[in-house]
Design a binder for this molecule. Structure first.
Ligand code: FAD
Ligand code: AMP
Length: 483
C-alpha cells in the first residue's frame, strides 16, 4: 500500500501545528497516529541561543521548576528531617551550580525526547516562526530568515502564553525577573521578594526559601489561594509559613526600583504604604495569551476581550479548519489541559470522537506539602445551594505518612447529599499531586463517595487517606474519630 505521508508534497500537509509546547506537540503526535501528514512549527529559543521543542512547560516552566523543587526539598529535608530519622550528616553543603546543571540536563533530555517522538511518528519538525494566512496557508520563517509558504487542510494554533509584566515593577534583569529568570539564579539571593502568591509564586518562593533565602511573598488579594477550597488553603498557608515563607496578604505592589541597596518595593496593605528592600524580585502575577504575529487579519481567527483566541467547546476558531488549544485559549493555563485539547482536536480532524471534560481538570501546586484538587470547592458547592456532605482525613492518622515523617495536611471529599456523587476532592499533604489522580478518575466516571468507600486500598499507603476521607463523609472512617 502506498505511504500517503511520503507522497505528500513537501510544502503541503494535512495538519500544521503552530507551537510545539505541551498543547501543540501532542496534537501533532496524535494527528500522525491518525495517519495524517503533519508538520509542527516552533520558534522557542533558549537563553544560550539553542532552539528546542517543548514550549514554556519543558524549557522554562513545569519541568525545570519541578527539578529545582525536588533538589531543594532534598536539601531542606537533609537539614530539617534527617536527624529525626537517626541519620547524622556533617559537612553537607549546597552546590547550586550542580543543581542547575542537573536541572538543565533534565530539560535537555525531555525536549530532545520530543524530536525523537516526532521522528518515530513521522511528524515534520520545523523550527522558526509560523503565521496563519487566509485559506489555511501558513507562512514559515526559519531561524535563518528563509521563508516559505506552506498549506494545510487543518491548522492548529498552540502559541501558548507569556508572563504578565507589572507596569509599576517592570522586568529589569538580573534584579527584577519573571519566572524563567527566577529558575536560573546563579546564587541564592539573601532576600527574595515574590509578587503574587499564585501557583508559580509559591513554587518559586519555596525553592529559594529551602535553599536559604529570606522570602517575602506579596499578594494583593486578602485571601490565600482564593480560588481553592478555603479549608485547604488555610492548612497549606499554615505549613508554608512554618517553613519560613513570609506571605503577606492584602499587599498590593505599587512600585519597584533598583537601587544601590537592592530592589526597593513599595506596596499598600491595611496599614497603608509599606516598603521592602530585597536583592531579587520575582514578578509572578500571572500569564497572558501569546499571539504575537500569529495570524493575519484576513485569516478568520479572532481574539476575545482578554486576548485569548476565540474558540468553541471543541477548540474550533471562527476560521474553517483552524483550531486553537492550550494557554492561548480560555480555561486554566495548565499543561495537561492543553495536552488533552491537542489530542481532542487531532481526533476530531481525523473524523474520530473527541471531547474534553473541563469540569474534571486537576490542579496541583508542588509545594511541600503539595496542594491538589479537582472539581468544586466546598464554597462553590455551598453557593450553588445543593445539599452536601464533607469527609476529612488527616495525614497524622496515616501510618504511611507517619513512617515517611510527612504527616502534614489532610484529604477532603465533598459529595452530594442527594445522590452521593463526588463533587470535589481537595488534598494538602505528601504527594497530593499523585493522590489526586484517583479522585480525577472517580469523578470522570461520576463515582459516588460509596464507590470510593468500597474500593480496596493497599495498606499502608498515602492513598488510604482518600479512602478514609470518603468513609468520613458518611461518618464511617475507621482510622480517625468521626465528627
Ligand atoms: P507553551 O508551552 O507556551 O508553548 C507554546 C510554544 O509555541 C512555544 O514554544 C512558543 O515559542 C511557540 N510559538 C508561539 N508562537 C509561535 C509562532 N507564531 N510560531 C512558532 N512558534 C510559536 N502547568 C502545569 O500543568 N503543571 C506545572 O507544574 C506547571 N508549572 C509551571 C511552572 C512555571 C514556572 C510556568 C511559567 C508555567 C507552569 N505551568 C505548569 C504552565 C504550563 O507551562 C503551561 O500551561 C503550558 O506550557 C501551556 O502549553 P502551551 O503548549 O499552550 O504553550
Ligand atoms: P496566578 O494568576 O495564579 O499566577 O497568580 C498571580 C497572583 O498575583 C494573583 O493571586 C494576583 O492576585 C496577584 N497579583 C496581581 N497583581 C498584584 C500586585 N500588584 N501586587 C501583589 N499581588 C498581585
Amino acid at each position: 500500500m502506498p505511504n500517503e505521508k511520503q507522497q505528500a508534497p513537501a510544502d503541503s500537509f494535512d495538519v500544521i501545528v503552530i507551537g510545539g509546547g505541551p498543547a501543540g506537540y501532542p496534537a501533532a503526535l496524535r494527528a500522525a497516529q491518525n495517519k495524517l501528514s503533519v508538520a509542527c512549527i516552533d520558534e522557542w529559543k533558549n537563553k544560550d541561543g539553542t532552539f528546542a521543542f517543548g514550549g514554556t512547560c519543558l524549557n522554562a516552566g513545569c519541568i525545570p521548576s519541578k527539578a529545582l523543587l525536588e533538589s531543594s526539598e532534598l536539601y531542606y529535608r537533609l537539614q530539617s528531617e534527617f536527624a529525626v530519622h537517626g541519620i547524622k550528616v556533617s559537612g553537607a553543603a549546597l552546590d547550586l551550580a550542580q543543581m542547575q546543571k542537573r536541572k538543565a540536563g533534565v530539560v535537555r533530555t525531555m525536549t530532545q525526547g520530543i524530536l525523537t517522538l516526532f521522528k518515530a511518528a513521522g511528524v515534520t519538525p520545523l523550527q522558526g516562526h509560523g503565521k496563519l494566512l487566509a485559506g489555511r496557508k501558513v507562512e514559515f520563517t526559519a531561524h535563518d530568515g528563509s521563508r516559505r509558504t506552506l498549506s494545510a487542510k487543518h491548522v492548529v494554533l498552540a502559541s501558548g502564553s507569556a508572563p504578565i509584566e507589572l507596569r509599576s515593577a517592570p522586568f529589569k534583569a538580573p534584579e527584577i525577573v519573571d519566572s524563567w529568570g527566577a529558575l536560573d539564579f546563579e546564587a541564592v539571593p539573601k532576600r527574595l521578594g515574590v509578587i503574587g502568591a499564585g501557583v508559580i509564586g509559591l513554587e518559586l518562593g519555596s525553592v529559594w526559601r529551602r535553599l536559604g533565602s529570606e522570602v517575602v511573598v506579596l499578594e494583593a488579594l486578602p485571601d490565600f489561594l482564593a480560588f481553592a477550597d478555603q479549608q485547604l488553603a488555610r492548612e497549606a498557608l499554615r505549613h508554608l509559613k512554618k517553613q519560613g515563607l513570609d506571605v503577606r496578604l492584602g499587599a498590593k505592589v505599587s512600585g519597584a526600583r533598583v537601587t544601590g541597596a537592592g530592589v526597593e518595593v513599595s506596596y499598600t496593605d491595611a496599614g497603608g504604604e509599606q516598603r521592602l528592600t530585597v536583592d531579587r524580585l520575582v514578578v509572578a502575577i500571572g500569564r497572558r495569551p501569546y499571539t504575537e504575529d500569529l495570524f493575519s487579519p484576513d485569516s478568520g481567527v479572532t481574539l476575545d476581550e482578554r486576548g485569548f483566541i476565540k474558540v468553541d467547546e471543541h477548540c474550533r476558531t471562527g476560521a474553517a479548519g483552524v483550531y486553537a488549544i492550550g494557554d492561548c485559549v480560555r480555561g486554566p493555563m495548565l499543561a495537561h489541559k492543553g495536552k488533552e485539547e491537542g489530542v481532542m482536536v487531532a481526533d476530531l480532524i481525523a473524523g474520530r470522537y473527541g471531547e474534553m471534560n473541563y469540569k474534571v481538570i486537576p490542579s496541583v501546586i508542588y509545594t511541600a506539602p503539595e496542594i491538589a484538587w479537582v472539581g468544586e470547592t466546598e464554597e462553590q458547592v455551598k453557593a450553588s445551594g445543593r445539599e452536601y456532605k464533607t469527609g476529612v482525613f488527616p495525614f497524622l492518622a496515616s501510618g504511611r505518612a507517619r513512617a515517611m515523617e510527612q504527616a502534614a495536611g489532610f484529604a477532603k471529599i465533598v459529595a452530594s447529599r442527594e445522590d452521593d456523587e463526588i463533587l470535589g476532592v481537595h488534598i494538602v499533604g505528601p504527594l497530593a499531586g499523585e493522590l489526586i489522580a484517583e479522585a480525577v478518575l472517580a469523578m470522570e466516571y461520576s463515582a459516588s463517595s460509596e464507590d470510593l468507600q468500597r474500593t480496596i486500598h493497599a495498606h499502608p499507603t498515602l492513598a488510604e487517606a482518600v479512602h478514609e476521607a470518603a468513609l468520613a463523609a458518611d461518618k464511617r472512617s475507621i482510622d480517625a474519630p468521626n465528627r
